[in-house]
Design a protein around this ligand. Structure first.
Ligand SMILES: [Fe+2]
Length: 286
């Protein structure tokens, strides 16, 4: 079953595609120079964090930022780079997303936006099947955005992303199974995953080829996982999420920054979807 589709300018069709729990890829949406400002700052940040002035490429940063504490330091510091916040809130992308989704005003949870640097030496953010937390926590319309920042990607070298249509392809895909109660306001890990894994895998499709500057968009509640990097190159991507500021319920209940105010809100709002299970040791905590 097709989940991933490439679009050019037909945003009407893309909106419909996204609302039905699919993945839209807009090829070459960004120019390389638009991304280079972020990339260069990340390299300079790597120099500081790794205390190594000879570093000149992201590949070198990825090789050195392998210890968990250094990785977390790198991820957190990246969020505060003006080039990064400027990129994810640029008029180009915000206007496009507004037009695409018909949102009047968009919100971005900057605190969990991230410059992701995955490599075989640094698997910290290689995640198993999960849904992303919808930052407007009562929204079913939050979107996750990925922008690759290195020239090319292939399964053999840099891994990729896998998506699943399991659970009837509805946006609230959790209707057939339970969310693991984690309290972590970032990812919704799936409880009893082993029970559903073959169905999830069966209905999955991989995104393994992309280029620097592509714009990859999916609803935050679409099941997805990382395909780990196995080759020599890192996977370096800009990751962020957006929502609509003007959803009626969101405004009425004053749910702005609810991820901070009510970190367990999703679980409380959707108790039927949550079970208490013993957490397996996660390979990451940001
Ligand atoms: Fe995710």
């Amino acid at each position: 079953m097709e989940i991933i589709k490439h679009f050019n300018t037909d945003i009407g069709e893309a909106k419909n595609w996204l609302e039905n729990g699919n993945v839209a890829v807009f090829k070459d949406f960004f120019k390389k120079k638009e991304i280079n400002a972020v990339k260069n700052d990340a390299i300079n940040l790597g120099k500081i964090i790794c205390e190594n002035n000879t570093i000149s490429t992201i590949k070198e940063v990825a090789k050195i930022v392998t210890k968990q504490d250094k990785s977390i330091q790198f991820y957190n510091a990246c969020r505060e780079l003006p080039s990064f916040t400027r990129f994810i809130s640029s008029e180009k992308i915000i206007n496009f997303l507004k037009k695409l989704m018909g949102y009047e005003l968009i919100n971005i949870p900057f605190d969990f936006s991230i410059l992701r640097l995955d490599s075989h030496q640094n698997p910290l953010t290689n995640f198993d099947w999960h849904q992303d937390f919808p930052y407007n926590v009562i929204s079913k319309n939050a979107l996750t955005i990925w922008v690759p920042c290195l020239e090319s990607c292939s399964e053999k070298k840099t891994g990729g992303l896998k998506f699943s249509r399991f659970s009837s392809g509805k946006i609230m895909t959790v209707d057939s199974f339970k969310i693991e109660k984690s309290g972590e306001p970032n990812r919704l890990r799936i409880a009893n995953l082993e029970k559903y894994i073959s169905k999830i895998d069966d209905q999955s499709e991989s995104l393994i080829e992309w280029s620097m500057g592509d714009l990859i968009i999916f609803n935050s509640l679409v099941l997805h996982k990382s395909i780990p990097c196995v080759g020599p190159d890192p996977r370096f991507t800009i990751n962020f999420r957006i929502g609509s500021m003007s959803e009626k319920e969101y405004v009425e209940k004053n749910m702005y920054r609810a991820r901070d105010k009510y970190p367990n809100y999703f679980e409380n709002a959707f108790p039927d979807y949550v079970v208490n299970v013993k957490l397996k040791k996660s390979n990451s905590k940001r």
